[in-house]
Design a protein around this ligand. Structure first.
Ligand SMILES: C[S@@+](CC[C@H](N)C(=O)[O-])C[C@H]1O[C@@H](n2cnc3c(N)ncnc32)[C@H](O)[C@@H]1O
Length: 215
């Protein structure tokens, strides 16, 4: 893809950005619990998230809940040639938007809780990074467990898993439950805050699932 085509697929111009916001908002009104936000996340969040994306080799990066793709361009910019970027998205409007505006991403219309069979259909059994922005703190306990179990099954031993929540959701019962689950699941759980987002975002960056810690 040429630089020009790349810019055409990156929602930086105002009309494209407006279209992105409209799609996101419509999707959020129709599916409030699934989307869990009124607007896409900011470029500052995308820049932080992209840091876990491998820049060498032929990595496979999995995005859970890409929405209208506000994190996706930053992921793509770091990926080396030969990498795969797969996005699993539940909501129809978001899937249609991504297929039109992010043709370089392998967009799968499905549930993150089925990620292992969805990846297997595409010949993938291991991923190097999972970037998730599904509304974890709104999920009930069985759904948090179900999706996280699938992540652990697919994550390469040295891979990284990231999740986003609003800072304000950290102390909710769902937010506390999620953090506890992460600490029980991974050997390393780092947190970072992006203040340049409304509302501010808490990032979890997790490595080494405890049931198969290396060495
Ligand atoms: C808070 S939005 C984040 C969207 C985008 N990544 C961003 O940062 O602006 C959450 C997204 O996750 C999607 N989602 C929620 N539950 C999902 C699930 N179980 N599987 C796949 N996508 C899901 C929603 O449809 C929505 O697009």
């Amino acid at each position: 893809m040429t630089a020009q085509q790349h810019h055409a697929s990156t929602p930086r111009n105002p009309a494209r950005r407006l279209g992105e916001y409209r799609t996101f908002f419509t999707g959020a009104v129709r599916n409030p619990r699934e989307v869990g936000a009124a607007t896409p996340t900011s470029a500052a969040v995308a820049a932080t998230v992209a840091q876990v994306v491998p820049t060498t080799g032929a990595p496979v990066v999995l995005e859970l809940g890409p929405g209208t793709g506000s994190l996706s361009s930053g992921i793509r910019e770091r990926l080396p040639a030969g990498a795969r970027h797969i996005g699993i998205e539940l909501v129809d409007e978001m899937v249609a938007h991504l297929r039109e505006n992010a043709p370089w991403m392998e967009v799968v219309h499905g549930d993150a809780g089925d990620l292992v069979p969805l990846l297997a259909e595409r010949g993938v059994d291991q991923v190097d990074a999972v970037i998730s922005s599904i509304p974890w703190s709104l999920l009930d306990d069985p759904d948090q467990a179900r999706i996280l179990d699938e992540v652990v099954k697919a994550l390469a031993p040295r891979g990284a898993f990231t999740a986003l929540t609003y800072v304000s959701a950290e102390r909710s019962s769902g937010g506390r439950r999620f953090r506890k689950r992460l600490e029980e699941t991974f050997d390393e759980v780092l947190t970072l805050t992006t203040w340049r987002n409304l509302p501010p975002i808490l990032h979890y960056i997790c490595r080494r699932p405890l049931d198969r810690t290396i060495g």
